[in-house]
Write a protein that binds this ligand. Structure first.
Ligand SMILES: *Cc1c(COP(=O)(O)O)cnc(C)c1O
Length: 361
């Protein structure tokens, strides 16, 4: 078997030891005589995994006791609706930073629920910049401020986070959660679909401050209410047990790899290798994103022509590098180098970029 380097933006590469362990346990989990896919979410076997997964999330990110950690379905996309349904009501607006395609989707759903005030829109720079953190000032009566910590399509990433005081800061961290240490206490809600940096698709992690959950709207359908899930410890209905189990293994792998501090250093090296090749190319590769906010997870770049971009993608695939095509809405190229992408993968890509630029420049 030869595993290729998988640069897809999501679902994305998982650590090989995790896949191997899943394979080994797929028919018989730890001699229990059944698979984790078949295990009741009310069983003690699952209960142990459920609690352990929450504990590891808390430990890895330093999540304080005044936050719930929830495991929900529906992807980050459901949170685009759940956040405003729970937090936005009446005439009180929320504030949005529109930093790219994902922030825009979250904004569109919030606008269906209540009043939204856009405090920054990156439109004029084609979403290649972010506001200074000190300029992110919520209105005095704001319900919350919404940001997207990493724009998976545009390749724009917050390097530090605004402090919004009394107003809860809500962040979609789908594509960079667990890639670096986080000041969790500065947030009201952090949400992230698993399939970029945590595991397979199917589960979404919601880290929500308890008082924010307590203050959320009453009268919502059960599944859409944070209160329901917080009261039942994410076991109100059947959680995606197998996905959560896979997340459990990824978190163990991350712990054994030194945690978020160690992975942040590795991620900097990986991104540094690819951005380094761009710089070395003397303009053959260009990155549209402002250098101060270039993502360490999703690296976007262009070549001198679309024909050369097609050629690059084709030849990279022949050398076992997959998923380098940019999102269909923006074109160009994108290398997603999430936590599970080994340093070797980034180096192989960087070397390929050097050679390709020499041959075609
Ligand atoms: C992938 C992604 C989403 C959407 O996630 P789903 O699980 O498909 O709903 C939302 N926000 C960001 C930043 C993403 O990268």
């Amino acid at each position: 078997m030869k595993r290729k380097y998988n640069f897809y933006a999501g679902p994305s590469t998982l650590p090989l030891p995790v896949l191997e362990q899943l394979q080994e346990e797929i028919v018989d989990y730890h001699g229990e005589g059944l698979s984790m896919i078949e295990t009741s979410h009310r069983s003690s076997i699952y209960d142990t995994i459920h609690n352990e997964t929450e504990e590891m999330m808390r430990e890895l990110l330093g999540i304080p006791g005044d936050f719930h950690v929830l495991f929900l379905g529906g992807g980050a996309t459901l949170q685009f609706a759940m956040v405003p349904m729970n937090l936005l009501g009446g005439d009180t607006p929320c504030d949005f930073v529109v930093s790219g395609a994902w922030a825009k989707k979250a904004l569109d759903d919030a606008e269906k629920v209540g009043k939204v005030n856009v405090i920054f829109d990156g439109k004029d720079s084609s979403y290649t910049t972010l506001p200074q953190v000190r300029d992110v000032e919520p209105g005095s009566a704001s319900s919350y401020v919404h940001i997207t910590s990493n724009e998976t399509i545009g390749g724009v990433q917050w390097k530090e986070f605004p402090k919004t005081g009394r107003v809860p800061l809500v962040a979609d961290m789908s594509s960079d959660i667990l890639s670096r240490p986080l000041p969790v206490s500065d947030f009201g809600i952090i949400y992230a679909g698993a399939q970029k940096n945590m595991g397979p698709a199917g589960v979404t992690v919601v880290i929500i401050r308890k008082d924010v959950a307590d203050a959320s709207s009453d009268g919502l359908p059960a599944y859409l209410s944070y209160k329901t899930h917080a009261a039942k410890k994410s076991l109100y209905n059947t959680p995606p047990v197998f996905s959560i189990y896979a997340v459990n293994l990824v978190l163990k792998w991350l712990k054994n790899s030194g945690g978020v501090e160690a992975i942040e250093k590795l991620n900097q090296k990986k991104a540094g290798a690819v951005y380094g090749s761009m710089k070395k190319s003397g303009g053959f590769y260009t990155c549209p994103v402002d250098p101060s906010v270039r993502s360490h997870m999703n690296i976007v770049f262009r070549l001198p022509s679309e024909d050369l971009e097609k050629k690059f993608i084709k030849e990279a695939a022949q050398e076992d590098m997959l998923g380098l095509k940019g999102h269909r809405s923006v074109g160009g190229l994108r290398a997603s180098v999430y936590n599970a992408m080994p340093l070797d993968g980034a180096r192989v890509l960087a070397d390929f970029m050097d050679t390709f630029a020499e041959k075609n420049g």
